[in-house]
Design a protein around this ligand. Structure first.
Ligand code: 26M
Length: 818
């Protein structure tokens, strides 16, 4: 590992001990002779924070001096998880810290467990944003992330009698050592009011007279790169009441009410919306979007103006990436600033906007695309609505040149959707402006081109690009699976794969080596033990380490088909129940693990969670079954739970109906950790199969292009007697809660089976049987497992980020000297 001292602060173990004790005494304010694990964690975190700040400062000085083109990554969600272990690993001082703590009588790993997750996001999109930040820092790109500092992150899931309940996530209650509050970096963000016309230098201009102002205060979260001095910044905004006092209320004597009303400003950054699919046109959500966009752009423009006078240089210095359409109001905001405040003429301003923005779409379904009712937008942001109308007017004029009288096409492409509720299509706004529109896997890009944005693709094919997602091997191997990390480094003879993951393919050479097999199996066993202990503590279910650990962890959605998994488990249970003792001896024992959160208002998803528990209750207490089958639901699935579960799994399931998962990134984490994949040919699984070979995974189910016809035809239960039987068992109340599960069964019965569970069931069972057969041959299984890890190189977010840097953003690395 690198440098004992690379800045002002010393990193040898004796200095670190002193530093930790100083923080115990002066930051945590406890006696250095008497402090508990949590206080030790706090002191340790502060000591690490000091080192992060040191690099963060140097990096920013350096960026300022070099003034390269920068990428600003705008996202409403970041799912960062824990920071401690990741930080010390990226700083390269893990061993020194571990040593220092041992000397003080503490254990690094135990202290690391004290940290709560930063869960400022829902699922895939948000965790992908976090992986991208890690890669941006590691690859030395001059990048900043911008987002919202929610007071409450994603809800905590608790399970009562098998039902999901939501509790607030009080993640800031014990302080957050990973952020730096910047009370002096704050901007006013305006809402409501009216638009007036005025004449400036003989020209008519529009000015927005806002009705409300809220202050955005910056909280900086340093993101250290691995094996580099660079640490970039994730700047999150919190809402505070504006300092511009409402003098009117004071003079009328209503002091108390004035204060209470001011405090309401804070609600903007109070809570993360826990839905990852639907857009309900809520005023607060729109205010959150504009709040973070406006503050970020003020910050970006201020920084630009520090060094540049002329907006012509803006696109040479700045790239703005919008993470899904959520921040796309930034397009209208850039136009407002350039036209209304900087007095550029419209076409010049639009020319600039079109050169700076690129967008990544993370949804598949057109229903997943955001629409904001015109009345709502007009009330909250009246000037932006006018600007959007102007953008649309010009877009329509341009389209008429190409498509003349094709009114259907024009109305589909319009940014304004006419209908019962007239709305703004945020995706169309993004498509009209962004120079690049990214899909997150090849299959997904194809869907965008041929279905979701067909019209736009026909007009501007060059805008559409595929940037297959990736995940960071730093968190998903080095942090979460240290034994695997050592094995890889040992067999490759280098740690270089941690920065250059392509090297991991070098493992292929040893896929049959018996010594590697022994090490690999031991690693898996130790990880399974850790997972088994966790399961027992949480659910009181004892599981056998000889069983195949079969895992499906992700948000609960009908299209992800956790129900298919549960129905498969019921089938397995039913088969075992009907076996004699000699047949039973041939059964491959399984521990089926499911975890994930359902959006609070998503009833079907909540029923799936309950069904999982109902089946678990029956199966786990059945003496006929014993260790042959156990079913476990892991509550409150989050990033740090994933870090524990993934390394301990043998098989992972990715069951989305083909064409519905834009990419999927969970599968990449399992792949890196040598867990075999049982998956449909959907999203990134298609590309994974290309990398590792179909023979090394278990693919099943309808293909993307078969799905529409199958849906049209409508599958019948007769298609699979086995499927009919397991659904019937649920319907008949075999697992209790007969009435409650009725509507769930209805979603997959004749005609209504939109996600084609009935159609794919037989093929699913075959894939499961193939997995069982492979597991019996442990040598073969281990070889497939090694080949999975060896073939995972493409799915590093380092590759993804390099593609973005070259093909969308036009930025170069800017490496701070050590
Ligand atoms: C929208 C409106 C109001 C509140 C919340 C939302 C919202 C939040 C998150 C909608 C969608 C959100 O996320 C979608 C998402 O996570 N998509 C996933 O993105 C991953 C990264 O690209 C892909 O791998 C997954 O396939 C895709 O489902």
């Amino acid at each position: 590992m690198f440098g004992l001292m690379d800045g002002f602060l010393k990193n040898d173990s004796v200095s670190l001990q002193k530093d930790i004790l100083d923080h115990v005494e002066f930051t945590v304010a406890r006696s250095r002779f008497n402090f508990d694990d949590f206080e030790a964690y706090q002191a340790l975190a502060h000591s690490v924070r000091d080192r992060l700040i040191e690099r963060w400062h140097d990096t920013h000085q350096y960026f300022k001096k070099k003034d390269p083109k920068r990428i600003y990554f705008l996202s409403l969600e970041f799912l960062m998880g824990r920071s401690l272990t990741n930080s010390v690993i990226n700083l390269g001082i893990q061993d020194q810290y571990a040593d220092a703590l041992t000397q003080l009588g503490f254990d690094f790993e135990i202290l690391a467990e004290q940290e709560g997750d930063a869960a400022l996001g829902n699922g895939g999109l948000a965790r992908f944003a976090a992986c991208q930040m890690d890669s941006l820092a590691t690859l030395d790109y001059p990048a900043w992330g911008y987002g919202l500092r929610y007071q409450y992150g994603l809800f905590r899931q608790i399970i009562v009698d098998g039902f999901q309940h939501e509790q607030p996530d009080f993640w800031l209650n014990f302080g957050n050592p990973w952020e730096i509050e910047r009370v002096h970096v704050s901007y006013p963000v305006k809402f409501y009011g009216t638009v007036e016309e005025e004449v400036l230098n003989g020209k008519k201009c529009k000015i927005w007279i806002p009705g409300e102002s809220v202050e955005a205060v910056a909280y900086d979260n340093p993101i250290p790169g691995y094996g580099t001095r660079n640490a970039i910044n994730l700047r999150l905004w919190a809402a505070k009441p504006s300092d511009q006092y409402d003098m009117e209320s004071y003079t009328t004597g209503d002091y108390i009410n004035a204060i209470v009303n001011r405090q309401k400003a804070e609600t903007i950054s109070n809570v993360l919306y826990p839905d990852d699919r639907s857009y309900q046109g809520k005023e607060l959500r729109l205010k959150q979007q504009y709040f973070f966009v406006s503050a970020s752009l003020q910050d970006i423009i201020r920084r630009f103006k520090d060094l540049h006078k002329n907006f012509d240089e803006f696109p040479e210095k700045i790239a703005l990436q919008i993470n899904d359409t959520h921040p796309s109001i930034s397009i209208a905001e850039v136009m407002r600033v350039l036209v209304d405040e900087e007095h550029l003429d419209w076409s010049k301003a639009w020319g600039i906007a079109c050169r700076i923005f690129s967008v990544t779409i993370h949804a598949v379904q057109p229903e997943g695309l955001e629409k904001i009712p015109v009345d709502l937008l007009g009330s909250v942001l009246p000037r932006h609505l006018e600007i959007i109308y102007e953008i649309n007017f010009r877009l329509m004029e341009e389209l008429k040149k190409s498509f003349d009288q094709d009114y259907d096409r024009l109305s589909r492409m319009s940014i304004i959707e006419e209908g019962a509720v007239k709305s703004i299509r945020m995706a169309n706004l993004s498509l009209a402006c962004c120079h690049t529109v990214n899909g997150v896997s090849r299959v997904h890009l194809e869907t965008l081109k041929t279905r979701v944005f067909k019209d736009f693709y026909e007009l501007w094919p060059q805008k559409f690009q595929c940037k297959t997602n990736g995940v960071t091997q730093r968190r998903w191997i080095v942090v979460s699976n240290p034994s695997l990390c050592s094995i890889i480094s040992k067999w490759l003879g280098t740690e270089a794969w941690i920065r250059n993951v392509d090297l991991i393919a070098g493992l292929r050479e040893y896929a049959k080596d018996p010594d590697l097999h022994t090490e690999w199996k031991n690693m898996k066993k130790v990880n399974k033990m850790r997972l088994a202990e966790y399961i027992e503590t949480l659910t009181s279910v004892k599981v056998s380490l000889d069983a195949m650990f079969d895992v499906q962890i992700k948000r609960i959605h009908e299209y992800k088909r956790q129900l298919l998994n549960i129905l498969g488990i019921i089938h397995r249970y039913d088969c075992i129940k009907n076996m004699d003792e000699s047949d039973k001896r041939r059964v491959v024992p399984r521990v089926c693990i499911i975890g994930g959160k359902a959006a609070p208002g998503y009833e079907v998803a909540k029923k799936i969670i309950k069904l999982c528990h109902a089946v678990a209750d029956k199966v786990n207490s059945d003496p006929d079954i014993g260790d042959l089958l156990k079913v476990v639901f892991i509550p409150d699935y989050n990033v740090s739970v994933a870090e524990l579960v993934i390394p301990g799994s043998d098989l992972s399931q990715h069951l989305s109906t083909a064409g519905h998962e834009a990419s999927g990134t969970g599968c990449m984490k399992f792949l890196m950790n040598g867990c075999l994949l049982l998956a449909t040919a959907d999203g990134s699984a298609v590309e994974i199969a290309e990398e590792i070979g179909e023979a090394n995974m278990f693919l099943f189910g309808a293909k993307v292009d078969e799905v529409p016809a199958l849906r049209e035809k409508g599958t019948t239960l007769k298609g699979s007697l086995q499927f009919a039987r397991v659904v019937r068992m649920v319907r008949d109340g075999y697992f209790g809660f007969k009435d409650y599960f009725k509507s769930l069964c209805d979603t997959v019965e004749d005609g209504g089976d939109f996600y084609l569970l009935g159609h794919d069931f037989a093929s699913y069972l075959e894939a499961q049987a193939a997995a069982d057969r492979a597991f019996v041959d442990q040598e073969k299984w281990t070889q497939m497992s090694i080949l999975s890890t060896a073939g995972s190189g493409k799915f590093s977010s380092d590759r993804t980020i390099e593609e973005y840097a070259e093909q969308s953003w036009g930025i170069e690395p800017c490496k701070c000297p050590f």
